[in-house]
Design a protein around this ligand. Sequence first.
Ligand SMILES: Nc1nc2c(c(=O)[nH]1)N[C@H]1C(S)=C(S)[C@@H](COP(=O)(O)O)O[C@H]1N2
Ligand SMILES: [Mo]
Length: 215
Amino acid sequence: MFKNIFNRREQEDNVRLEGRLPPGQSLTQKFPVLHYGPVPRFDPATWDFRIWGEVENDVRWTWDEFNQLPRTKVMMDLHCVTRWSKFDTEWEGVSIKTLLDEGFIKLKPTAQYVVEHAEYGYTTNLPIEVVLQPNFLLATHFDGEPLAPDHGYPLRGVIGAIPDRKDLKDPYLWKGAKWIRSLQFSANDRPGFWEQAGYHNEANIWKEQRFGRGW
Ligand SMILES: Nc1nc2c(c(=O)[nH]1)N[C@H]1C(S)=C(S)[C@@H](COP(=O)(O)O)O[C@H]1N2
Ligand SMILES: [Mo]
């Protein structure tokens, strides 16, 4: 127990030296649960995932169909706007870039932004450029196991920072919707749940864009 506390400081010093600790963040060894509202129930018989909006063809996948899509693994550091960071987390799921490259979806040239829609109406928005980066995933698994219900089972958007990829845009974790049910491609930016509540629209972790409109 005490060993863990000292160990935490040591690990935090390490990631700071490696340039992986964004300003105002501190390392946690736990996996905090953070969301607004209740945890939804999952019914595989009625669950679907849709991609719609500025796309050539709307798609709708059942849970079985979703699980047959090509899969990707990525290691990322997670950064929550409430100042905890969790390092070296492993995610597995479906990459939007792969769906695009392999012809599972086709965008209209007007598609510029994306809205993630989750159960109970939670939404969050990102520019298309960011959801096509390797640090955004529609994730079914965390650290080799299916997501826990309160971390988004069966499917969540997740966005983190990949070490040594400072070329990518790195928003805070609220830009990954747990219990995600659809992706809407849009011609214009549509601020989501926290963004409308005053969180920063861009949410860049390195610039500490926590609050303030930014849009
Ligand atoms: N559906 C939904 N997704 C959500 C949220 C939420 O309130 N509802 N909160 C976001 C916030 S603020 C954070 S920090 C992360 C937390 O993910 P975790 O609970 O797995 O740590 O989920 C994000 N996704
Ligand atoms: Mo958060």
